[in-house]
Design a binder for this molecule. Structure first.
Ligand code: 7TS
Length: 418
């Protein structure tokens, strides 16, 4: 990354995308002999050399277990591991790094809250509010805990733009509501939910709110103190980090009141067969040897993103969104699925000429990677009456030229299936 990129100020300043792209070795691949146009960032993002280097340096020269050895390597690994937690803490502006819990992924972070918080504090007749935009991983864990506890799910409906209907939320929020668990940005449509309003309304009734920010944190500044959310989850592999690692942020008052999610090493202070005393935060929720290389890679990822500036990432991607909306509208027979005013640069669409899977296959032949399917959000597909969509999801290293390539690719799909 060039130094002027790090130091130029202002949210609307252009990114030096050429310099950024040079950091991502995979972007110079040529699948099927064509330049790679990677537009499947909502599924997973690509990794800059800085993250690859941090991960391989761990295995090459730091590898050891953390929080247990007194030898040089263990201390080094522990230092790197703890420093990564501080980096993540700064990235989301958490008040205290003990509120930053490492999990195996965004999915595990959601399961942790559903099982530990929900399993403890929900009872017969209580209600948990989700929205119709949720990814399956913020539906199924709550269904599982509702089955066990007798609580019920309420679902905020969406309109034909793919926006949640706030009035309906206000109507269902009441004395029975015990928790709100909401997707921040829709993975299927890109809709950015009015989360601050939801949190304000929920808190007015004393109801805690979790934000699944798997698709928000890669695209915009996420500040847990400004949001005042009670919990927040992150999918590091969608924001330059490795797979196999996730983040749960939680307010201390909730995390202290919750039982551990998993038992094992590191999450205890003392163990006898009669009684185990649990460790303090965050270790209470981190049983067993963690994904040390993953955490260190995540630390490098958030440092990389912070050096660019998430406000600049958001401003640049907003330009990609505007360009993409205009360019894709020119493709014959294309219908956008999801047209919310507030959204990220994620384009879900259908073509009159071809099924989404056929679109994906023809585009692949052109070196263009998109996702076709229900995107693990079947309730969203149901609302729009489609079994699947084609989805092109952008990141800050994508360009308007790549959107042009997508448009050309879609014209080719129309020709093939004419
Ligand atoms: N929540 C949201 C909003 C997501 O987009 C995803 C993954 C998850 C949770 C689950 O994250 P994981 O990393 O634990 O699997 N979304 C997608 C997608 O849109 N295409 O592939 C994965």
């Amino acid at each position: 990354m060039t130094s002027d990129l790090k130091h130029s100020a202002g949210a609307t300043a252009q990114l030096d995308v050429d310099a950024i792209r040079a950091d991502f070795p995979i972007l110079s691949l040529r699948p099927h002999g064509k330049p790679l146009v990677y537009l499947d960032n909502a599924a997973t993002g690509q990794k800059p050399q800085q993250v690859i280097d941090a991960t391989s340096a761990f295995y090459a020269s730091q590898n050891s277990n953390v929080h247990r050895g007194i030898h040089h390597l263990s201390q080094l690994a522990t230092e790197k591991y703890d420093a990564a937690r501080e980096s993540v803490c700064r990235f989301i502006n958490a008040p205290d790094s003990r509120e930053v819990i490492f999990t195996s992924g965004n999915t595990e972070a959601l399961n942790l809250v559903a099982q530990s918080y929900g399993g403890t504090f929900l009872g017969e007749g209580d209600e948990v509010i989700l929205s119709q935009l949720e990814h399956h991983s913020n539906i199924v864990p709550w269904q599982m805990v509702c089955e066990r506890t007798g609580a019920k799910l309420r679902v905020i409906p969406i309109d034909d733009n793919g926006d949640i209907i706030l009035d309906e939320f206000e109507k269902m929020l009441g004395p029975k509501t015990k928790f709100v668990s909401l997707i921040y940005v829709s993975n299927a449509l890109g809709t950015i939910n009015p989360v601050k309003k939801i949190i304000e309304l929920s808190h007015a009734q004393g109801v805690p709110v979790l934000l699944d920010s798997a698709q928000a944190a890669p695209h915009m500044p996420v500040d847990v103190q400004d949001l005042d959310c009670d919990f927040l989850t992150i999918a590091p592999h969608k924001m330059c980090g490795p797979t196999g690692i996730g983040v749960l942020y939680g307010k201390t008052k909730h995390l202290e009141a919750m039982p551990p999610f998993k038992g094992g090493g590191d999450m205890i202070i003392s163990v006898t067969f009669e009684k185990t005393t649990y460790n303090r935060l965050p270790f209470k929720f981190e049983a067993g040897t963690p994904n040390i290389a993953g955490v260190i890679g995540l630390g490098a990822a958030v440092e990389y993103l912070s050096a660019i500036g998430m406000d600049r990432v958001a401003a640049y991607e907003a330009e990609l969104l505007e360009y993409g909306k205009k360019a894709l509208r020119e493709v014959e027979g294309l219908t956008f699925i999801g047209t919310a005013e507030e959204r990220t640069a994620t384009f879900s669409f259908t073509l009159d000429s071809a099924h989404p899977h056929d679109i994906g296959q023809i585009l692949d032949g052109e070196g263009i990677a998109i996702r076709a399917g229900h995107h693990c959000a079947q309730p969203v597909m149901k609302h729009f009456g489609v079994p699947a969509t084609a989805r092109a999801s952008m990141a800050f290293y994508n360009t308007t030229e790549e959107i042009d390539a997508l448009v050309e690719g879609l014209r080719k799909v129309n020709e093939v299936f004419a």
